[in-house]
Design a protein around this ligand. Structure first.
Ligand code: PGA
Length: 309
């Protein structure tokens, strides 16, 4: 019975015909409404009746009297057709870019500003859902390799992958120390800074990658005391006097600078930029395409604002 239902009741056209007969109460009227011949309408109803193995209606005189099964089937047909109408609308919304899920994966340092970019976009398209993933550089590269998301944000996009990218805001990396640090307010040489106990981000972090490259080029070795996997935990540890560090200025300013002071170290800040990245060759959904255009305009505006502050 189940498989027969699948095979026969599954045609939307038959359900449409049934509903037209049900609501008009007449095969002639339904046929006229649907621009079909009467025998076609009768034939489709007969097929439906065979599929459910029960009569759909009885004929009393010239009137159609729907059976119990006929009523149930008509109710179901109405529900199914309404659902399809809704689906149609949802698909139209998707084509019209008003709905859908946008998947974005970003490195931890950019989680402070990306929401400011997403906010106005979500206001413009309130039905858009955002799947926002935050990780360190290595974790985000892994997602990029598997093309999990529509877009990615890195300071240091991987060089060995075929990517499209737009440069966004500057992401300066600055040196921080506890508020009462004796070197605060002085110009410090890099060699002097390197002697201080340093709290480093973990291997795999883009911040760590940038700091290591900078120090390697300068021929300086840092005195790493602790490795800590979070910008916030590093800030607290620095404020607590465990050492100094180098972090994204955004990671410092966006979530408070309590107990911290920025040190004036030779050659710093390390100047990096965030990049808005997507895999080349991956077809962008209309929603993703709209978001990209939005970022290219809005991102630039935010960039200019940022430059002025
Ligand atoms: P991360 O962020 O240190 O959390 O990996 C990196 C970046 O700014 O590229």
């Amino acid at each position: 019975m189940k498989s027969r239902l699948h095979a026969h009741v599954g045609t939307l056209r038959q359900l449409e015909i049934l509903l037209a007969v049900y609501t008009t109460g007449s095969i002639t009227a339904a046929a006229a409404q649907l621009h079909l011949t009467q025998p076609t309408v009768s034939m489709q109803l007969k097929k439906l009746s065979e599929a459910i193995q029960a009569p759909i209606y009885d004929t009393v005189g010239r009137r159609l009297i729907f059976t119990q099964a006929g009523h149930v089937l008509a109710d179901t047909a109405r529900e199914v057709l309404e659902k399809f109408a809704l689906l149609d609308m949802q698909l139209a919304d998707l084509r019209g870019l008003k709905a859908g899920t946008l998947r974005i994966a970003v490195v931890t340092t950019s989680k402070y500003f990306i929401p400011h970019l997403l906010g106005p976009f979500c206001q413009r398209y309130p039905q858009v859902e955002i799947a926002f993933h935050v990780g360190n550089r290595q974790q985000i590269i892994k997602r990029l390799e598997q093309a999990h998301d529509d877009f990615y944000v890195f300071s240091h996009p991987p060089e060995d992958l075929n990517l499209s990218s737009n440069r966004l805001l500057p992401n300066p990396l600055v040196a921080i120390a506890p508020l009462s640090h004796p070197l605060a307010g002085r110009d410090i040489s890099l060699a002097e800074f390197a002697c201080l106990p340093f709290l480093a981000r973990e291997q795999g972090s883009g911040t760590r990658y940038a700091v290591d490259s900078f120090m390697r080029e300068a021929g300086v070795t840092l005195n790493i005391r602790m490795t800590i996997e979070s910008n916030e935990a590093i800030k607290h540890s620095v404020a607590a006097g465990l050492g100094v560090s180098i972090l994204s200025a955004h990671a410092i300013r966006f979530s408070g600078t309590d107990g911290l002071v920025e040190l004036r170290v030779e050659g710093l800040p390390i100047n990096t930029h965030w990049h808005f990245v997507w895999p080349n060759g991956k077809r962008l959904s209309p929603l993703a395409q709209t978001f990209l255009e939005y970022v290219q305009q809005e991102g630039r505006r935010t960039f200019l604002l940022e430059e002025r502050t």
